[in-house]
Design a protein around this ligand. Structure first.
Ligand code: PLP
Length: 369
C-alpha cells in the first residue's frame, strides 16, 4: 500500500527506535561502557567495582522516587514476569485481588491464580478502559498495573490499602515517567528495558518495610519456595549491594546511566516532558479524521505508551513494515494480541519529542499523500 512512499530527508528521525520495549538505549551509554575497559565487564558481582555501581543504582532510584529511607531497592534476575511468581509465592499469604485491563495485568493474575495454596480474584476491565477500585478489604495483597503496555492505559490513582494489606504495582512500562507516589506503595516493580533504557532480564523492586516484613512472615509458613525466588536471598544480597546469582553487568550499567541522567531532571520534570509528548500524539490523533486515540478517557491515556487507531481504509501493518524496511521507525505496530489496526508508539524518556513530531508527519504524509 505504501511501497512508493518517499520520505523527505528533513523528516527522518534521529533514531528509529520508537518501540515500547526493549527501548532506545543511547549510544553514549554504550560508549561509556566501553570506556570502563577491563575494569567492570567480566569482573565479579562480589567485587567493589560492581558493588559501587549497584549502590549508585539503589541510591539513585531512592532519590528519584523520593521514597522514605527505610524503603529498599531489591534487584535480581528474571524481569517483571519472574516477579509475578515471586510475589505470588513469597508475598501473598492467602488472597490476592488483581485489577486487570490488558494482557500484562491479566498474565500477572494468571500467575497468582495458578498457585494452588493461594486464591486470586480478577477484577477485569475491558481493554482500552481504565480500572476503578471496589471494596477489597478481604485480600492481603492488591495487585495493580501502573501502565498497561498492551493497551496504553495508565491508572489515575492508587487504591487504598490498610496496614495488613500489601499494595503491589507492576510499573514496568510506566516507572519513571507515569505519575505515582511510590512511597504509598509496598512493592513497586519494573523491568528496566522501558523508560529506564536498559536491557531485559532483570527486575527492580522498590519495597516498603511492610512488604519486607510480609516476605519474612510468608517465609515462616514453611511453603516450598525455590531459592532463586526467595525474597530473603534477594533482599539480603541487595543489602550487600549485590545480587543472589550472577547478573548481566551491561544491563545494570545502562540502568545506572539512565538513573543518573533522569536524576539530573528529577521525577516531576520527567513527568512533565512525558505529558508534552502525550499532548503531541493525542493532539495529532484528534486533529486527523482518519486517526483516533484507542483510550478515550483522558485520565487513563498513558503518558508512556500511545495507542492510536487508524481508519480501516489504511493498513497500519503495511505502513509499519515500510517504515521498518526503510529503517525509519521500529516497533510502532500494535500489541500483537490486541489485533487492532493501530499504532502503538513509545514516549519513553529518551525518545525525543522532535522525533515523535517527525513520525506523526511521516504517517500523515503516507496517508494524505
Ligand atoms: C506491564 C508489563 N508487565 C510485565 C512485563 C514483562 O516484563 P519482562 O518481559 O521483563 O518480564 C511487561 C513487558 O513488556 C510489561 O509491559
Amino acid at each position: 500500500m505504501f511501497e512508493n512512499f518517499n520520505i523527505p530527508a528533513e523528516l527522518i528521525p534521529s533514531d528509529p527506535r520508537f518501540g515500547c520495549g526493549p527501548s532506545l538505549i543511547p549510544m553514549s551509554y554504550v560508549e561509556s561502557l566501553l570506556a570502563t575497559g577491563p575494569h567492570l565487564l567480566g569482573t565479579s558481582h562480589r567485587q567493589d567495582a560492581f558493588k559501587k555501581m549497584f549502590k549508585e543504582i539503589q541510591d539513585g532510584l531512592k532519590k528519584y522516587f523520593e521514597v522514605p529511607a527505610d524503603y529498599e531497592v531489591v534487584i535480581g534476575n528474571g524481569g517483571a514476569t519472574f516477579l509475578f511468581d515471586m510475589i505470588g509465592l513469597g508475598i501473598v499469604k492467602e488472597k490476592a485481588v488483581h485489577y486487570t485491563c490488558g494482557e500484562f495485568s491479566n498474565k500477572w493474575f494468571k500467575s497468582s491464580d495458578s498457585i494452588p495454596w493461594i486464591s486470586a480474584e480478577e477484577r477485569a476491565f475491558d481493554y482500552g478502559q481504565g480500572v476503578s477500585y471496589s471494596n477489597h478489604k478481604e485480600f492481603d495483597l492488591v495487585a495493580v498495573t501502573l501502565n498497561e503496555t498492551s493497551t496504553g492505559v495508565q491508572i489515575d490513582e492508587l487504591p487504598s490499602v490498610n496496614d495488613d494489606q500489601i499494595l503491589a504495582i507492576d510499573a514496568t512500562s510506566g516507572a519513571g515517567q507515569v505519575p505515582c507516589d511510590v512511597s504509598k506503595t509496598d512493592i513497586f516493580f519494573f523491568s528496566p528495558q522501558k523508560v529506564f533504557a536498559s536491557e531485559g532480564g532483570i527486575f527492580v523492586a522498590i519495597m516498603s518495610p511492610k512488604a519486607i516484613k510480609r516476605s519474612e512472615e510468608v517465609a515462616k509458613l514453611g511453603r516450598y519456595i525455590p531459592e532463586i525466588m526467595s525474597w530473603k536471598q534477594a533482599i539480603e544480597n541487595c543489602r550487600k549491594n549485590s545480587t543472589y546469582n550472577t547478573p548481566s553487568i551491561t544491563s545494570l550499567f545502562f540502568l545506572n546511566e539512565q538513573v543518573k541522567e533522569m536524576n539530573k531532571l528529577g521525577y516531576k520534570k520527567c513527568q512533565e516532558l512525558a505529558q508534552k509528548k502525550a499532548d503531541l500524539l493525542y493532539g495529532w490523533a484528534k486533529e486527523k479524521s482518519y486517526l483516533s486515540a484507542y483510550v478515550t478517557e483522558d485520565k487513563f491515556k498513558s503518558t508512556a505508551v500511545a495507542t492510536i487507531d487508524i481508519d480501516d481504509k489504511y493498513s497500519a501493518d503495511d505502513l509499519c513494515k515500510v517504515l521498518l524496511d526503510k529503517r525509519i521507525a521500529y516497533g510502532i505496530d500494535a500489541y500483537r494480541k490486541l489485533g487492532r489496526n493501530q499504532f502503538r508508539i513509545s514516549m519513553f524518556h529518551n525518545i525525543k519529542i522532535e522525533d515523535l513530531e517527525k513520525l506523526t508527519k511521516i504517517i500523515s504524509k503516507a496517508i494524505e499523500g
